[in-house]
Ligand binder design. Structure first.
Ligand code: GAL
Length: 373
């Protein structure tokens, strides 16, 4: 990489007519190329991530190759191999399945192309750094919201019925979201204050392949039909993200006869879910400013490409709340992946203006939010 910078400088001198530069060096003085691999366009947030990342890097003078892999791991392997064949200088990857990219990751290591795991960890030591939000905290915020909304600390003999929908088992984040929430809620389940009427509590049972809305909807309909058709009250449904919350909310609207409103959690600030929050159908979402995630990723990528020392001081170079973590995430047993973790926040009908303040959403006269294109 240093060669390229020197070549750029030499080209500038040449432009002054001072010295001639071999053609090879001149050819070298091109923008460095960023390979960006996103999992899918079928989930709203990844379209935003892809666009923000592309914008940040192009504004900084880099060339960008952005690919989406239709939530198909083998497609993502070949997409990454194509980026490597195009001689990208760094890879930024949000994995469909963090365990399924070894072929491409081993090639990146062979070609000494650095890899930033973006938002979802990749289980391969070719990954140099991880940029995400504190995923366990995302789950904790959902669990704590439920505790507060139901005032479980002062429940006395009262009991509340809870159901659970977790994320894609192939997504390393999904386990963190689930554990963060369940570590908050389990004491109340064990005390009998929270009752999971369906009995479905373990991750593998409540997980949702590919975070798919229809899959979440159908499982919720089955639970409602089997355990709540007799008038049993449903008080709260823990959903790990917005795409699954959308399916659960549709099932509750169509298949739950109870006259109480059900607390529903989510994550991502998807536009359809924000409308449900305005309408009182969904109760909260955990918001992650993915534009900020792309800014942190740009800063990290530049530091890597410039051969700079990378440590917690990088967090001081941008005005974004971010922690440098060298303990929580391992790409393989014992191989810690230094991580930059941003801070998520809780959004309800009472603070939707905070989303507008990010500049990434607009609120119409009808009170509904749309994403700024
Ligand atoms: C997770 C991501 C969440 C959620 C989910 C669905 O990995 O961190 O924001 O949206 O994927 O794409």
């Amino acid at each position: 990489m240093k060669l390229r910078k020197m070549a750029i400088a030499m080209t500038a001198v040449m432009a002054l007519g001072a010295i001639s530069v071999p053609a090879a060096a001149e050819e070298e003085a091109q923008a460095q190329v960023i390979g960006i691999s996103m999992p899918t366009q079928s989930l709203e947030r990844w379209n935003r991530d892809g666009e923000y990342l592309k914008e940040q890097f192009e504004d900084a003078g880099y060339e960008v190759e952005l690919v989406y892999s239709d939530n198909d791991s083998s497609q993502q392997v070949s997409d990454i191999q194509n980026l490597l064949a195009d001689n990208v200088d760094i890879l930024i990857i949000a994995a469909v399945d963090g365990e399924a990219l070894n072929t491409a990751m081993d090639e990146a290591a062979e070609q000494e192309v650095p890899v930033i795991a973006y938002d979802r960890l990749i289980m391969n030591d070719a990954v140099s750094y991880y940029v995400s939000f504190d995923n366990y905290t995302v789950g904790q915020l959902q669990g704590e919201f439920i505790v507060e909304q139901l005032d479980l600390e002062n429940a006395g003999d009262a009991t509340y019925n809870l159901e659970i929908t977790a994320g894609d088992p192939a997504d390393n984040n999904a386990g963190y979201f689930y554990n963060g929430a369940m570590d908050v809620l389990n004491p109340y389940i064990e005390a009998g204050t929270l009752v999971v009427v369906s009995g479905q509590t373990d991750f593998d049972t409540v997980a949702t392949d590919q975070w798919d809305t229809q899959t979440a909807l159908e499982r919720a309909q089955n639970i409602l039909g089997s355990y709540y058709a007799d008038g049993t009250q449903l008080d709260v449904w823990l959903c790990s993200n917005d795409s699954t919350a959308l399916g659960v909310a549709q099932a509750i609207t169509s298949d739950y006869a109870g006259d109480n409103s059900v607390i529903i959690t989510g994550q991502d600030g998807d536009v359809a879910n924000l409308a449900n929050i305005v309408d009182g159908v969904q109760t909260m979402t955990v918001y992650k400013n993915v534009s900020n995630e792309s800014i942190v990723t740009l800063s990290l990528a530049e530091a890597i490409l410039n051969g700079e020392t990378i440590d917690e001081s990088l967090c001081d170079t941008f005005d974004i709340d971010c922690a440098y973590d060298t303990e929580s995430y391992e790409t393989t047993e014992g191989n810690v992946c230094p991580s930059f973790l941003l801070v998520p926040s809780v959004i309800t009908a009472d603070n939707l203006d905070e989303l507008v303040d990010t500049g990434l959403y607009e609120m119409g006269d009808d009170g509904y939010l749309t994403a700024v294109e």
